[in-house]
Design a protein around this ligand. Structure first.
Ligand code: PRP
Length: 210
């Protein structure tokens, strides 16, 4: 619909609350509690705005295909998605953390070719390729910290926020790959055909972030 805006937000209790706090500053408040409801589509206090609740990587896909006009997703997820098919006009500065290389604190001498466990396969591949270092990437879906501890991999590429998870598992952060935060993404076609309303929302969000 030309005068309707769909915004995809990323699932996760804490990050949802932060995204909703930002949207509330724009007068956009869902009629249901996103953290409790089983719904995936939410109407809001603004008749012309609805929300979709999705995993971060699906936020990018829905925005790329124009089902959602706007989306909020972590830079880590966007890097893995390939950052294609949408604009990224704004850093929402939520969920700030880093993607780091980490390894065992008491690391044994390493072989020439490292095994790297990560769920950020694309980011890890690019990081090592840019440095001309050949590695074997092992794709994991969670609990990356276990990989060096058990000998599955020599090092991991993972999100570090407080560093507590690394520390609790005898690991240390070794190399900084990039900073991560939640970004606003916008479908390219929607930006053209709904320019007025989308641009107004971007400017309101920019002020809310600042
Ligand atoms: C991330 C990451 C670490 C943890 C780091 O996991 O994979 O396990 O956070 O945070 P810290 O430095 O504050 O200890 P997340 O909680 O996002 O869940 P995940 O297992 O889905 O990646």
């Amino acid at each position: 619909m030309p005068d309707h805006i769909t915004i995809a937000v990323t699932k996760g209790d804490r990050i949802v609350a932060q995204q909703l706090a930002l949207l509330a500053q724009l007068g956009i408040e869902p009629h249901d509690d996103l953290t409790k409801s089983r719904k995936l589509v939410f109407t809001t206090s603004r008749e012309d705005v609805s929300l979709l609740l999705l995993r971060g990587s699906d936020v990018a896909t829905y925005v790329e295909h124009g089902i959602a006009d706007l989306g909020m997703a972590g830079k880590d997820v966007l890097l893995e998605h390939g950052e294609q098919g949408y604009y990224q006009p704004l850093d929402l500065k939520l969920g700030q953390c880093r993607i780091m290389v980490a390894g065992l604190q008491d690391e044994a001498p390493l072989p020439g070719r490292l095994k790297i466990a990560t769920k950020f396969v694309r980011t890890a591949k690019q990081y090592y390729a840019e440095r001309g270092i050949q590695v074997d990437i092992i794709k994991l879906y969670g609990a990356m910290e276990l990989a060096p501890v058990t000998g599955l991999a020599h090092r991991i590429v993972d999100i570090v926020e407080t560093g507590n998870t690394l520390k609790a598992n005898g690991l240390v952060a070794m190399e900084h790959i990039c900073d991560v935060s939640t970004r606003l993404i916008v479908n390219k076609t929607a930006m053209k055909i709904k320019y007025g309303i989308i641009n107004a929302l971007i400017e309101q969000l920019r002020q809310a972030v600042d």
